[in-house]
Design a protein. Sequence first.
Length: 377
Amino acid sequence: MKQKFLYSFICLFIFLNTFSQELANFRRAVIVSPEIGEKTVTFRISAPQAKLVRLSGSWMKSNDSSTNMSKDSVGVWSVSVPKPSPELYTYNFNVDGLTSNDVNNVFLQRDGTRYLSVLLVPGDLTANYFEANQHGNLRKVWYNSPTIGKDRRMYVYTPYGYETSTESYPVLYLLHGGGGDEDAWSTMGRACQILDNLIEKKLAVPMICVMPNGNPGQQAAKTSMLEETAFDYRDTKTANLYITSIVKDIIPYVEKNFRAISKPDSRAVAGLSMGGGHTLSVTNEFPGTFSYICPLSIGFRENQADIDTKLQGVKKAGYKLYWFGCGSEDFLWEMAKTMDAALTKNGLQHTFYVTPGGHTWANWRVYLNTFGQLLFK
């Protein structure tokens, strides 16, 4: 009996010792990346067999810039870099010539067909990019579009308290740029977080935000793996297909299925780049539909046909806010200045919001955070 007890005790001791060693190894294997410190950010990746690992980040001066990482005794590569200024950045590793995301970082964003690791540096600029205390909801909504001839998907944000209230809300129609889809503003643009924070801080009016897919040939984002249809944007029969669907299909669906206020003074439209072009087109072709007009990083070409006539139509229909932003280093900067001059020439009161930088999400997030405080007031 004593021998059996001694044998059982020895087995238990061996098991507990082995388990504690495995647990210790597990704890040592946990890798924190990125680790944001007071003055530096440290990145880490386990690659014991690698010969060379480099870090590339969007905060670096050139897209070709990268920095070498160092390997420790267990094969974990790391590098500490000066903490960039507050902003949302993307980065990756290059492991012996193979580009890799940070497997230890769950914060990813999708840019078209690419998934990118994200570094979000806290500060005044990015305060509204983090989660608020009071969260709205984001829905993936399928609707029928007779104009385009297919069922399509859009994202619809409803503010905190929408489900428990009985009131109706104004609506912001927020349009993405080229290469994007209905997911772009909520992922890269941090639209839900920005609106949540602005509304919670009582800097913005509670609103619904509709984010459609601006590619008429798509039913939904490419990740849905659905068949696409080719449309020639140069064909006059289909040139305004998408903007027509906004007015004829999307707005009626939203105002029927959500507690949306059905009048122009409670509708805003904003968009970046291609979506900025859609913003200009939908307001020029359907004046009076939206009382708040916010095109971003877009403009008019010199001597653009019929532009004065179109703008006079917008002026006659009336609006409450015409606000547009552009970076001074944007490749469309000259077109933005041309638009500013055309609006002035035609007597349309407006705000031309100029920021440093170029055609980037860093600017578009700032613009939403800025004009979002001006809507429906």
